[in-house]
Design a protein around this ligand. Structure first.
Ligand SMILES: NC(=O)c1ccc[n+]([C@@H]2O[C@H](COP(=O)([O-])OP(=O)(O)OC[C@H]3O[C@@H](n4cnc5c(N)ncnc54)[C@H](O)[C@@H]3O)[C@@H](O)[C@H]2O)c1
Length: 394
């Protein structure tokens, strides 16, 4: 099937370097496909893991090997086996904005002063170069950059013509995440958003993706606490146990945690984490509290606690405690790899616009036509299974 190029926004982050190291290890001969949820789907038209090539943009210009070493997620033996491959990949200059992401900056930026249109052109040129220099046949773009603050509510994001006027005028409401998404769609490259930032989910860009027939999916990867929530909540509903309150808290000390230490970026994340419960249960849980704390000693070893207050027969009250000691990027990286493969298959099948069958990967799945998203994990798994069973395109 040739090579699948994955152009990542945030290439030197913990998730991206973990995903790239995992693929390089498979290419180097490892048979360990643990944690990759679609590893057993042969004959569905998905690219082989060995065919995936990573490249992309980051504000930090060091090599992927140096970045992976600094994140301390990839086991030392694996990193040593793939170091040479990762050492040869350096991110392209990125578009950054401390207005949209207060705690994260870097030197590896596109030429200062270049406007929105020039940045979009630069992104498209980078994608063309990836095709030419690395012999890539298929291409997808995935956003793995630090979480941006929510944009100011503005009509500019509602319609494509208004958005394009905003591009011409270098409107400050247009964030880096939106520029990358616009460029990908404009270049007919499938796009997925693994972050909570507003990007291809802005109405203007959904309209653009539909018009261009480009597959898009998002948003915010569903990896740890929210994944557990969408497994447990349906069981409580089906046993008629009423959820009186759900208190969720997290500690993490990686650079994602640093980005979320800015209250505006945090608000963006909590917005996607809080949305799942009411839709699954069918009633509003007034005391649904979600907290995230940056706590450096934990690095990538995020810990999530959930206290669920429920009441049952005769009004008796009970509690459930869930304590998930995660490895944040170890959970996320395989999902990113599968998102790339499924998104590419959607493009091959000619499925443009929002890819609802990819809902299981996301905390806040994008839907078509303003439909309520399906949050229940088992239903989401069936949606993707049914879609994959449609078979390989001719
Ligand atoms: N389990 C998980 O790890 C998980 C789950 C869901 C969502 N996410 C989201 O995925 C994203 C990546 O997570 P991570 O742990 O790898 O974070 P990270 O902080 O390690 O990596 C983010 C990278 O993005 C780069 N960056 C920031 N702004 C950029 C821009 N405008 N253009 C290009 N590069 C930019 C940073 O320099 C950094 O290298 C975050 O937004 C996070 O919230 C992660």
């Amino acid at each position: 099937m040739g090579k699948l190029g994955v152009a990542v926004i945030g290439l030197n982050g913990a998730v991206a370097t973990t995903a790239a190291a995992g693929i390089a290890a498979i290419r180097a001969g490892s048979n360990d496909l643990a944690g990759l949820p679609l590893a057993d789907r042969q004959g569905t038209g998905l690219h082989d893991y060995r065919d995936i090539e990573f490249a992309g943009w980051d504000l930090n210009g060091r090599s992927m090997a140096e970045a992976a070493q600094a994140h301390e997620v990839v086991p030392a033996a694996t990193l040593s086996a793939v170091r040479e491959e990762l050492a040869g990949i350096r991110p392209w200059p990125a578009i950054g904005s401390t207005d949209f992401c207060a705690n994260i900056d870097g030197d590896n930026k596109m030429n200062g002063g270049c406007g929105h249109r020039a940045a979009v052109q630069q992104i498209k040129d980078d994608l063309d170069r990836l095709r030419e220099t690395r012999g890539v046949d298929d291409l997808v773009v995935i956003n793995l950059a630090s979480t941006e603050r929510l944009p100011n509510a503005n009509g500019l994001l509602e319609r494509l013509d208004a958005f394009e006027e905003g591009l011409d005028a270098n409107a400050p409401e247009i964030s880096p995440a939106m520029l990358y998404a616009y460029a990908a769609i404009d270049h007919r490259v499938p796009y997925a958003n693994f972050t909570p930032s507003v990007a291809a989910d802005a109405k203007a860009l959904v309209e653009f993706a539909e018009k261009r027939g480009v597959p898009i999916a998002g948003k915010d990867g569903k990896t740890g606490q929210t994944m557990m929530k969408t497994v447990i909540a349906p069981a409580l509903r089906d046993r008629a146990l009423h959820v009186d309150g759900w208190f969720s808290t997290n500690i993490l000390g990686n650079s994602d945690g640093l980005a979320l230490d800015d209250p505006k970026s945090l608000a963006s994340k909590v917005n996607t984490k809080k949305r799942v419960l009411d839709q699954i249960l069918g009633y509003p849980v007034e005391d649904h509290i979600v907290m995230i704390h940056y706590y450096r000693p934990r690095g990538d070893a995020k810990e999530a606690w959930d206290n669920i207050d429920v009441s049952g027969f005769l009004g008796q009250k009970m509690q459930i405690k869930v304590n998930f000691l995660c490895q944040d990027s170890i959970l996320a990286a395989p999902l990113v790899i599968e998102i790339a493969r499924v998104l590419d298959l959607a493009a091959k099948r000619g499925d443009g616009g929002v890819q609802e069958q990819m809902s299981l990967f996301f905390k806040l799945p994008q839907t078509r036509g303003g439909r309520q998203p399906e949050h229940e994990f088992s239903c989401q798994v069936r949606m993707l299974d049914a879609w994959l069973e449609q078979g390989t395109p001719n």
